[in-house]
Ligand binder design. Sequence first.
Ligand code: UD1
Length: 420
Amino acid sequence: MDRFVIRGGRPLRGEVGIAASKNAALPAMAAAMLTAEAVRLDGVPGYKDVRTMARILRHLGARVDETEASLEIHAADPGNHEAPYDLVRTMRASFFVLGPVLARLGRARVAFPGGCAIGVRPVDEHLKGLAALGATIVVSEGYVEATADRLRGAAIAFGTPSVGATENVMMAACLAEGTTVMSNAAREPEVVDLAELLIRMGARITGAGTGTVTIEGVKALGGATHPTVPDRIEAGTFIVLSVLTGCGIAVRGARRDHLQALESALRQAGVAMDERDGALVVSCEGRWRASDAVTQPYPGFATDLQAQWMVLMALANGSSVVRETVFENRFQHVPELVRLGADIAIRGNTAVIRGVSRLSGAPVMVSDLRAGAALVLAGLAAAGTTEVQRIYHLDRGYDRLIEKLRGVGAEIERVPGPPV
Ligand code: UD1
């Protein structure tokens, strides 16, 4: 297993370009199963999760061509309706194929998903939504099997605004007979991006980005070319890194309007975010202030930036509280940050962080994708050498991380094999 060796504590300076969003690309790839024509997604990097989804789509009978600049998926005549466990288990987003394959073929069988170990993460809202569209759902032997001759539009009120369930049901409803109205839908930019792709393919969708999304079913969808939305979590990660390392990193290609909760949390901490020459920059004078954060569905503070924010608070002036309300087990980075010298205590879903003046390098272990990002940030801010183990989690969703970090002056190397 590879690891990162980081020599931290240096100011970083330069520019970083943001990739297309992983969380938008994955459902977009699944959406390509809805049509017999080719769907091209521009600018999607070869994240490991993207390659996993490509393998699932190929298994279902689609052709997937990956080039550096785009990803083309052609599901002319998918011969298979099953996504097996050994492909699905590493990535929760595999479950996105359930809705599209069901809508296209009238039958889909998908293993219960795995993915980041950040809580129970049920799929009941996905299944409830598809059942409301008329699917018969059978769960057995670790698989979900959904069948329906023709899906029918319905009114669906989600119990919780789940990103994945909103996307899965939205895709299926595009080919249903009649109108579907989803209420308490997730409002994340990735939901909006998926709706924009589906509309390019011929779907009739209104209200994406609000809590109520209306989909008028159509008989068939066609091909499309789509520029995937920039990754707001990658952008947020580099913005936090910039604050930690002297405010010298310009983040290019991000959407500022997708980062408003982070911007206002930074403002509370005394850090101004601005746009300069088309890139996002931060300005700080000395140490930033402690500032509380509560994770919430969009437009609230993103749970996918909680771990990175905690690194910032670990080095802030004063004490702060971070509350995680989206997932029930998302503090696995905390013991690792404590190894680096952070002063953090957990009480239930709340972390109390007393800012310290410095962190110092130590060996740490990654538990999930965003925890991994936080540990890399902490290592870059800490004095001395930090070894980050189990970095395969980071490969799932950060595009060319080491090159981008080196590009702003970070001393980081990827060392193959087990730690010595
Ligand atoms: C997506 C993102 C993930 C992000 C999360 C929340 C992708 C590929 N992943 O995950 O990075 O952290 O949104 O912003 O886009 N829930 C249920 N029943 C369900 C589905 C979800 O109770 O059927 C709960 C979950 O346990 C969780 C909450 O709803 O507590 C939010 O989950 P959800 O929005 O579905 O997250 P994902 O789509 O899995």
